[in-house]
Design a protein around this ligand. Structure first.
Ligand SMILES: Cc1cc2nc3c(=O)[nH]c(=O)nc-3n(C[C@H](O)[C@H](O)[C@H](O)COP(=O)(O)OP(=O)(O)OC[C@H]3O[C@@H](n4cnc5c(N)ncnc54)[C@H](O)[C@@H]3O)c2cc1C
Length: 460
């Protein structure tokens, strides 16, 4: 590769994408230096206002395998076979995600995952400096200013190439916007979230089914819970910031105190209430988290800088794909750097490959909020899911459920979106006015499937 005589790269941010990318690039012989705003989580404990656990799916696992860290991460992961739907009447219904235990997702602890990746990055040869927040960049001169937030001390460094893995609030992206106007736009959702905890049971076990992602769908809002390997669950309550006039819905504007949140749980999530003994304290101590989608026209400036992960395309969390997509970015960038003749060409190829796919998963993540909070207990939706499974069984290489393409395969997100739209049309048409699948003309429907859906690579 031309233009990289020293094979030196400077990464900003040692979160999930930054630490994985540091492994991949160090393994490929690059001299990688990473600057991270926070302290070393191995010394001080993990400081993060972000979600405590995350759903890891095939795209993320593939990236972890490529870096040789999948086994270490999976040792602490908890399997989630499907959605456990909690009705208002206390009813429970498990909706499996896939056909068997080879099609499941995994709950992983953000801090443990980050630490595993940081350790592997150092073992692979990367140098990581903590307490170094990127402040400003002079792209022409190749200087960047970092600040140690403990004492406000600045440090200036020389760089030839900066890679921004500094998350949704990326300072590198802000500097790129300032330098070249790369078309940044954030659309905030008018819903936010709060995290609460279900502790272990008195006997030290899980209080509810561990191998599921629990959902309490309530129309325009919802609660979810993911298991942690220390037998706790992290509960996330998603509410509108302001309720629609006349809806009577709860919102962050109307539920402000611990007493109000207890009343909300007693009314809308009665089976969850006894599971969260510290409800009021959790509520009062955790600020609500904002949710938004970040769009960027350009992800790179020649060979000088490139952004990836949340820094390039933060998304709402409802498909559980933000980290998975960020990990897929890391592999795509490392591959482009192996393949292309110069860094500028590699960054351009990376952007061209990943931008439409990031836009597709951002759109699917927004749609999935409506599915999770409003549709998972709707009879028409459930009948469509039943037909989807039947069509997958009859045409396994052509009719691959939306969730399977996104979660258990590495079908490019843009392809998954396009095929999902066609499949949805077929499902809606075929189930319209029906209460069950008797009376479906399977032959005619099979012909439509063959006409509209070519064989999908990797489907079986
Ligand atoms: C509530 C919620 C639930 C989620 N659930 C899932 C899920 O189930 N599955 C999934 O795949 N994704 C999920 N996500 C998305 C996931 O958290 C992100 O997509 C992922 O963390 C992106 O990784 P990243 O490395 O790009 O950014 P981050 O993980 O945010 O890392 C950025 C790093 O950069 C550092 N940094 C920031 N600014 C600077 C600076 N100026 N200088 C130096 N360092 C800096 C930060 O300290 C941090 O370490 C969820 C997100 C939320 C909010």
């Amino acid at each position: 590769m031309d233009g990289d005589r020293h094979r030196e790269l400077t990464l900003i941010g040692a979160g999930l994408a930054g630490s994985l990318l540091a492994i991949l690039l160090s393994q490929r012989g690059w001299k990688v230096t990473v600057y991270e705003r926070r302290g070393d989580p191995r010394i001080k404990g993990y400081e993060s206002g972000r979600s405590i656990n995350l759903a890891l799916a095939e795209r993320g696992r593939h990236a972890l395998r490529t870096a040789g860290v999948d086994e270490a991460v999976m040792a602490q992961a908890v399997m989630m076979r499907g959605r456990m739907i909690h009705g208002l009447d206390g009813s429970l219904q498990l909706q499996p995600y896939g056909r068997d235990d080879s099609e499941v997702i995994w709950s992983v602890h953000r801090a443990d995952l980050n630490i595993t990746l940081l350790q592997a990055a150092e073992r692979a040869g990367a140098t990581i400096h903590f307490h170094r927040r990127l402040h400003t960049v002079d792209f022409d001169a190749g200087y960047a200013r970092l600040i140690d937030d403990r004492d406000d001390q600045p440090q200036d460094i020389r760089f030839s190439t900066l890679i921004g893995s500094d998350g949704a609030g990326s300072a590198l992206r802000a500097e790129m916007v300032r330098r070249a106007g790369i078309g940044e736009r954030t659309e905030f959702l008018d819903h936010s979230y709060k995290e609460l905890t279900i502790p272990p049971a008195d006997d030290g076990g899980f209080r509810i089914e561990p191998n599921a992602l629990h959902i309490w769908p309530r129309g325009r809002y919802m609660c979810i819970a993911l298991p942690n390997d220390e037998r706790t669950f992290t509960v996330t309550l998603f509410l509108p910031n302001h309720a629609a006039p006349g809806s009577g819905d709860p919102s962050f504007a109307s539920v402000r105190s611990g007493t109000e949140v207890r009343a909300l749980f007693a009314r809308d999530f009665p089976d969850a209430l006894p599971l969260i003994p510290d409800l009021e304290q959790d509520w009062e101590h955790h600020p609500p988290g904002l949710l938004g989608t970040l769009y960027l026209d350009r992800w790179h400036l020649g060979a000088r800088a490139v952004v990836l992960g949340d820094a390039a395309h933060a998304m709402v969390p409802f498909h559980g794909q933000g980290m998975n997509c960020a990990f897929e970015d890391c592999v795509a960038l490392a591959d482009a750097m192996d393949r292309e003749a110069s860094l500028a060409q590699a960054f351009a190829a990376f952007e061209q490959e990943r931008k439409p796919n990031a836009a597709a998963i951002q759109a699917m993540a927004l749609e999935n909020y409506i599915e999770m909070r409003d549709r998972v207990d709707d009879p028409a939706f459930l009948l469509q899911r039943e037909l989807e499974r039947a069509l997958q069984h009859r045409h396994p290489t052509r009719f691959v459920p939306h969730y399977t393409m996104v979660t258990f395969m590495r079908t490019p997100y843009a392809v998954a979106l396009e095929r999902s739209e066609i499949q949805r049309e077929l499902l809606v048409e075929a189930t319209q006015g029906r209460r069950d699948l008797s009376g479906i003309d399977w032959e005619a429907l099979g012909r439509r499937v063959h006409e509209r859906l070519p064989v999908l690579e990797g489907a079986h």
